[in-house]
Ligand binder design. Structure first.
Ligand SMILES: Cc1cc2nc3c(=O)[nH]c(=O)nc-3n(C[C@H](O)[C@H](O)[C@H](O)COP(=O)(O)O)c2cc1C
Length: 220
């Protein structure tokens, strides 16, 4: 049983009130909004010549960071490449069919995971000492960092769509080379890349099939 301090108890009551107020106001997105995020949203292969401002990237992170992670561990680390100089560096690591898609994107996000994420648990999960659980168990440390950074990358894509950006996620690249170039002398590893910008609809492919509910879901 966790013993909360008086300040923590106040923070819990305030959070509960805030959440209740929100649910009283809205309980679902509109059909158009759901389509913007999922139903009609597409992965991008080309981009309009339109800049993504640093303010927009800040807004993107400010919501992405609120997505849930286990023990609030927040292991994802993000590099947003905008400069031609840095794009040239990442070009070397891309599979050939990804080069044009990436090089024409206003932003290439590298979603990484910090294997030293547990160094920050005192800030992120202050009411319980969970760091030793990760430090003493490399397999769990890695799976936690990878799982949660993947989730955070997905949250980032959904936030991007929600604020009017488009996404082009990519795993077709040399992770070791990206780590060497962008995460040298750290314990951060690359997970996947995501081009960000305003998509060029003329470069969208046909929609590929998805599984139907009965093919992959069970209600038990
Ligand atoms: C993690 C991840 C990695 C991907 N890697 C690549 C890639 O290397 N190159 C590419 O052209 N598309 C890549 N894609 C795009 C997928 O092929 C695309 O999202 C999928 O076909 C669904 O397309 P849709 O969102 O337009 O329906 C990747 C997508 C994800 C989520």
């Amino acid at each position: 049983m966790i013993e909360f301090t008086d300040d923590q108890k106040k923070a819990i009551a305030a959070a509960q009130e805030k959440f209740t107020d929100l649910k009283d106001k809205v309980d679902s997105l509109s059909d158009d909004q759901l389509n913007l995020l999922f139903g009609e949203a597409r992965s991008m292969n080309g981009w309009q010549d339109k800049d993504v401002s640093d303010d927009t990237l800040n807004q993107l992170y400010s919501l992405t960071k609120m997505g849930p992670t286990s023990t609030n561990c927040c292991p994802a680390r993000f590099i947003f490449i905008k400069s031609d100089e840095q794009k040239k560096l990442i070009k070397e690591a891309l599979l050939p069919n990804n080069v044009d898609k990436c090089m024409t994107a206003p932003v290439i996000a590298i979603i990484g995971y910090d294997l030293d994420f547990s160094d920050h648990m005192g800030k992120l999960f202050p009411h319980m000492d969970v760091a030793p659980m990760y430090k003493g168990n490399p397999d769990m440390n890695l799976s936690t960092a990878f799982r949660n950074s993947s989730l955070q990358g997905a949250y980032m894509m959904m936030v991007a769509r929600a604020i009017g950006l488009d996404c082009g996620p990519m795993s077709g690249f040399n992770n070791d080379l990206v780590d060497e170039i962008f995460f040298k002398d750290t314990n951060i590893k690359s997970n996947f890349l995501c081009c960000l910008g305003y998509g060029d609809p003329s470069k969208i492919f046909m929609r590929l099939p998805r599984f139907e509910f009965d093919e992959v879901c069970k209600i038990i």
